[in-house]
Structures are given as C-alpha cells and as structure tokens.
Design a protein around this ligand. Structure first.
Ligand code: CO
Length: 174
C-alpha cells in the first residue's frame, strides 16, 4: 500500500545554482550538497512540511542522471518516490498487473538506506517512479474504519511520532 509521497527528485546540471534557487529565491531550507559516490550523484534536499525536493546532480562518469541531463540540459523532473508499507507486497501487486521493476528486480538500498524499487517510466505515464519502504514506525497502518475526527487525531499523533512538523499542514488538510 502506498502511504505518502516521500520526495520529488529534480535532475540539475549545477548543484550550487539549484541550491541558490531553492534557498535564496524560494526561501526553503536546503541542505548542503552531499556527494553520494555509490549512487553517482550529488544531492541537496529542500525540506517542505509534507515532502522533500531532492536536487540531484551527476557525480562521476556513470551517473544515473547524466543521460537524463543529456536530453534535458537545463534539468527536469527525474523521479517521484512513494513510501510503501511493504516493498515485497508492492512488487507482487505490480507484478499481478504485469509491471516489472528495473534492474534485477530485487529491492536495493536507496539513498535513504531503505529498500527501494524503480519502475520504467514507459509503464507509468512517462514518470520514473521509485517505491521506498520506510522504517517500522511509519509503517503503522491507518485503520480505514475510523471517524473523521479520530482519523484526524491519529494523523496528528502519527506525524508527531515521526518528529515532523506537518501538524499544521494536516490540520488545514482535513
Ligand atoms: Co529517489
């Protein structure tokens, strides 16, 4: 089951320019760019209450974003990532609908050190999609039979437990 949108990854040709745009112009909190040689990228993260924007620049010769930037030199939407309860269940469900993950089909440790799978954009309306299994704490299922009020309260509690500051956002949402 898909739980949340975790992040949107934007491929960028120049990480410093991207950070300046998101921090100085957009006014968001953006992390220092971090080299991730195992993943062939340099990443800076802009934090919003409900989602992260990952600014991803190529690192090294064999970067997964280099080919994308060849086609989109000024940058572009690289992928979106959903959090799921159980990556194996997700894979099984998608297999039942004839969707096969990229690579050898085994969940790999992603940039957030959680098991992840990627699916071909051709299968999903032209968007590269990552599914990411989060830690046990965020895997607690939300009961579908709760009233609106109790669901509202449990959402607040859930987000507090995650240490996120999304309570205000969720209050506006419901
Ligand atoms: Co990602």
């Amino acid at each position: 089951m898909i739980r949340f949108l975790n992040h949107i990854a934007i491929a960028v040709p120049d990480i410093q320019k991207a950070v300046t745009l998101y921090s100085d112009v957009f006014g968001l909190e953006v992390s220092e760019p971090k080299d991730m040689p195992d993943h062939g990228v340099t990443v800076a993260v802009a934090q919003l209450p409900n989602v992260q924007i990952e600014l991803v620049a190529p690192l090294g010769d064999d970067s997964p974003v280099a080919k994308y930037l060849d086609k989109h030199p000024s940058g572009g939407l690289h992928h979106i990532s959903f959090e799921v309860d159980d990556i194996k269940d997700l894979k099984t469900n998608l297999m039942d609908a004839n969707h096969v993950p990229l690579g050898d089909g085994k969940p790999k440790e992603g940039m957030h050190e959680t098991p992840t799978l990627f699916y071909n954009p051709k299968d999903f309306l032209g968007v590269l999609i990552e599914f990411e299994q989060k830690g046990l704490e965020s895997q607690k299922p939300i009961s579908p039979v709760k009233t609106n009020v109790s669901r509202h309260l449990s959402k607040q509690k859930e987000f507090r437990e995650q240490g996120a500051h999304v309570k205000v956002f969720m209050e506006d949402w419901y």
